[in-house]
Design a binder for this molecule. Structure first.
Ligand code: MRU
Length: 347
């Protein structure tokens, strides 16, 4: 018996009032399911930077709602004070993390919605709220469509490998890479997921394993170094990953380790699929070299679960993402359909 979709949690929720940004605090998973209601700009920025809310589409939705919350609170102020508060919030939210294009895209959409010439702050804040809610609702719909299109590449009985978390904890909807998994499961088709633990922050172990287990979908956890031998043993039929930014030529920025999986998949003749909403496409980036890659603190690698696991002074390289060349990607699935190489994502 398959689990109802109500067992699938959402990273960020859209309340029409936009009086707070409500997220699941993902740093507490899998031990505790805690919801946070954030009303202050510094709390929102901290939540994005420390990965309380994470995943490209989810931080876009969080940025959009966060900006609408700040605008709503400033709506009774003078137009000049309103403008200053909105501009400061937009800058801080937009730059909280650099790689996922969804964040700047969503913040700029809400900002543009508030540019109603000559209108009072209250009217402008209302337009910003409407836009933020629309971004959130669109995200839910896009995930459903990714699930539908992605499911055409899969069939019941398949075993798929995924990396990081591109499930329901990464957008507002049912997921991107995992959307077709939920779609197949909901229609009663068997599907098995192998989840990389995803060092250093363990999104695969803490989040993907947690949400799939909760939804009743069979999931087997692997450490990152196990993917090669599991593929060679013939236990993987397809690799499904999300994306933080996709360049016009189809190069894909995604969680560090994605590139290695793509190389392995090619070597073993396994299809490598990238699934993401159209809000993750960046036609302004011609290729992977023009996509900014976030570098994170060395402590994430020197420590594990609060315990030091390496010499405190050892040099560390800690990019949060890598770039997979388009040539290694069998298909890119968006809410608009399934795209095969050569990729040309233009405006
Ligand atoms: O650092 P994170 O946890 O925000 O990284 C998330 C990923 O890399 C996901 O794979 C990506 O955002 C796609 S999520 C739909």
């Amino acid at each position: 018996m398959h689990a109802p979709r109500s067992s699938v949690v959402s990273a960020v929720t859209c309340a029409a009032a936009c009086d707070a940004l409500t997220i699941i605090d993902q740093t507490q998973l899998p031990l505790a399911l805690v919801e946070l209601s954030l009303t202050e700009l510094h709390e929102m920025v901290e939540a994005i930077q420390s990965l309380r809310v994470r995943g490209a589409p989810a931080i876009g939705v969080a940025g959009a709602i966060g900006l609408a919350v700040i605008a709503t609170r400033a709506a009774l102020a003078s137009p000049a004070t309103f403008d200053a508060a909105v501009a400061q919030a937009a800058d801080a939210l937009r730059s909280a993390r650099p790689t996922a294009v969804n964040l700047a895209w969503a913040v700029d959409r809400v900002l543009a919605a508030g540019q109603v010439g000559g209108a009072a702050p209250g009217i402008r804040a209302g337009a910003m709220r409407d836009e933020a809610i629309a971004i959130c609702n669109d995200d839910v719909a896009m995930c459903e469509r990714i699930g539908m299109h992605g499911a055409t590449l899969l069939r019941g009985g398949m075993r798929v490998l995924t990396h990081c978390n591109a499930g329901a904890l990464a957008p507002a909807g049912i997921g991107t890479a995992l959307a077709p998994v939920y779609t197949l499961h909901a229609r009663g088709d068997a599907i098995t997921v192998f989840a990389d633990e995803t060092r250093p922050l363990l999104q695969g172990a803490r989040l993907t394993a947690w949400e799939l287990d909760r939804a009743g979908i069979p999931v087997t956890l692997l450490t990152d170094g196990m993917a090669a031998s599991v593929m060679r043993d013939g236990r993987i039929d397809a690799v499904l990953v999300g994306a933080d930014r996709i360049a016009a030529n189809g190069d894909v920025a995604d969680k560090i380790g994605t590139y290695g999986l793509a190389v392995l998949a090619l070597h073993h003749g396994i299809p490598f699929y990238v699934l993401a909403p159209t809000s993750t496409l960046d036609p302004q980036a011609p290729n992977g070299a023009s996509m900014p890659i976030e570098m994170r603190d060395a402590s994430e690698v020197r420590m594990h679960a609060g315990v030091q696991t390496a010499p405190g002074t050892v040099a560390v390289h800690n990019p949060a993402f890598d770039v997979t060349p388009a040539a290694l990607v069998s298909a890119i699935v968006t809410d608009a359909g399934v795209f095969h190489p050569p990729y040309h994502f233009t405006d």
